[in-house]
Design a protein around this ligand. Structure first.
Ligand code: MN
Length: 230
């Protein structure tokens, strides 16, 4: 095939055991921890809902490194959301909850960075969230841990500190819709593909960062993702 412009590179995420995981799509789950749903002004359990980021929104950070995120344009309220990221290794449609674990390739710590002021404005007007959620470097991610090494993750602390001060704390067991349920529900709407990443939602305590801040996102068993805001 001859491309008429140079083909863009495939976005990838490093793997703890070596090699790179190529990213196909990034799905995100909204309001998936009860306390965070409440802090965003919602009280009832509702069906999971989804939004997407472009694959090249990943900001991959190798183990032991500190990622550099450039403070994005148009916002004065850039929020952190620490999330468990699930990497899909086997695709499918209408995946049953019981079969979902067989589709998971691995896990990582991720940040769903959000231009909260722009997202809020779009919400108010009933418009799409893209400008608030789907911008460059909006999906920092640590190295992927193959599920073969971690086992199926159902519990474990998930935290985020800014400049050493704890801002978010939760436990994976508090997910309103667990990973298997999220995979099942997503696969009813889209055909999941190898290379898909799913950001599974954030616990309470979201807040703003400014230039110069250093975020440390951690999940038990998956290490720490460090990102500096430049
Ligand atoms: Mn989120």
């Amino acid at each position: 095939m001859s491309f008429v412009i140079s083909a863009p590179p495939v976005p990838t995420v490093p793997v703890t055991t070596g090699g790179e995981f190529p990213v196909h799509r990034i799905y995100c789950v909204g309001r998936n921890y009860a306390e965070h749903a409440r802090e965003m002004g919602h009280s009832d359990r509702e069906p999971p809902f989804f939004f997407m980021k472009p694959a090249d929104a990943v900001l991959p950070v190798a183990r032991g490194q500190t990622g550099a995120m450039v403070y994005p344009a148009l916002t004065s309220n850039l929020h952190h959301e620490v999330e468990l990221v699930v990497a899909i290794g086997r695709g499918g449609r209408d995946i049953a909850v019981a079969d979902a674990p067989g589709h998971v390739w691995g896990y990582a710590v991720g940040l769903d960075m959000t231009r909260r002021d722009l997202q809020g404005e779009m919400k108010k007007q009933g418009r799409p969230w893209c400008i608030g959620k789907a911008f460059e470097q909006s999906a920092p991610i640590g190295p992927l841990h193959p599920v073969a090494g971690t086992g199926w993750l159902e519990r474990g602390g998930i935290t985020l500190a800014v400049n050493g001060e704890l801002r978010q704390r939760g436990d994976l067991s508090e997910l309103i819709w667990n990973v298997a349920e999220v995979i099942a529900e997503l696969s009813r709407a889209w055909e999941l593909q190898p290379g898909d990443l799913i950001y599974t939602g954030t616990p309470a305590g979201v807040g703003a960062v400014v230039r110069g801040d250093v975020m440390e996102a951690a999940i038990d068993g998956l290490g720490t993702l460090r990102v500096a805001v430049a």
